[in-house]
Design a protein around this ligand. Sequence first.
Ligand SMILES: Nc1ncnc2c1ncn2[C@@H]1O[C@H](COP(=O)(O)OP(=O)(O)OP(=O)(O)O)[C@@H](O)[C@H]1O
Length: 453
Amino acid sequence: MGEQKLKTVPVLPWMRSPVDVNLFEECPLHLLPCLDSRLKVALQNMGISSLFPVQVAVWQEAIGPGAFERDLCIKSPTGSGKTLAYALPIVQMLSTRAVKCLRALVVLPTRDLAFQVKEVFAAIAPAVGLSVGLAVGQSSIADEISELINRPKLEAGICYDPEDLSPELQSSVDILVATPGRLMDHINNTKGFTLEHLCYLVVDETDRMLREAYQSWLPTMLQLTRSNDESFYPRALDVIPSTFNSLKTIRRFGVERGFKGKPSPRLVKMVLSATLTQDPSKLVQLDLHHPLFLTTGQKRYQFPEKLESYKLICESKLKPMYLVALLQNLGGEKCIVFTSSVESTHRLCTLLNFFDDLQIKIMEYSGLQRQSVRSKTLKAFREGDIQVLVSSDAMTRGMDVEGVRNVINYDMPAYIKTYIHRAGRTARAGQTGRCFTLLNEDGVCCSLDCLTD
Ligand SMILES: Nc1ncnc2c1ncn2[C@@H]1O[C@H](COP(=O)(O)OP(=O)(O)OP(=O)(O)O)[C@@H](O)[C@H]1O
């Protein structure tokens, strides 16, 4: 017990004195200080009339007295509105910029998540004249480049040298939402793609992003966005891959029109997750500047307020029958069934589809499927043409589908973090939701209490 308590006390001093998001209340838009009236209208058009507590807390740090002086580390439950918590202040801060260049970058682990986050930015950014791009590799690199980089029209007779990095090559977007792999492709190969003007970097689903190297995207990013004034950023960083043309993107002073001689603004970082790591050896990779920790409550992990959790003890050989009975009882409510692997996802989905009596549309969603198939399935699920999605953990993190009332752990997750993210596909945005976990009565592990991080 004592040991368990010790584990929950963060080692890093700045994590020990967090801002408690629970102390903030929902705030109606008309009471939110400094909100641009155009953004207010855009939010209302999204059906949003007030900001959630985590959004108010971040707004205060970003737009209020905090003025983004510190990097923000945000841990708040699934479905609490973290996307808008960073999107809104970034868009507001960039709304007065006259020159188009890439100023904000959001990096996410999967394409589906990147699509989702792009949609949120796309709903508010155009209201203040900002454009949003997507770099996830869903189209050819050439198509993506033409979306992201503005190439000047050539005058007749003028020969354009593609090797020439002329200043006319400009970003077509102010905000970019990207997956790390495709981001690295652009850093390494796309002429005119530069991070030198970047003001905001968001690493969403941070603990997942720090777990995988993704072609060293993080050290590369940090190197490229550092000022060449070493006194400004005194810490040395790891060596970065020599293959990319880094010289053109190293952050410089006075590069921007109208800003000559003035230092580039500090790159502000925001890192977020419902299960943000406390591990100093992981967090150090982010090279955070005087970080401020915003978290919800005292517990290590917090579940959504209106989530109900149930465990169903069943005989292992009858497990599929228990599931069928449960689905029958749920009567066609939107539901995600999680399994432990892509193979069992496929097997279980095939099996369920033999039960004609169920009279519900069931499809699978897994990392083994082609992106186009996955996107189509997700669209049908969002639109209610499919009621049950049998999924591997490809769906676990961040995915936001309206109306999901139930999550079923057909296979028990191996980690508490996985449980939190799976369960978090329901009970979002203050809604109610239920999470059922099927446990083997003869199983080695029959209680969720023994799930460890
Ligand atoms: N202020 C608001 N008013 C009403 N709905 C909101 C508001 N902010 C966000 N939402 C809705 O809440 C849902 C959850 O938001 P979001 O996906 O940002 O949660 P999250 O905290 O990032 O969750 P996860 O940790 O699972 O990624 C979305 O459907 C979003 O549209």
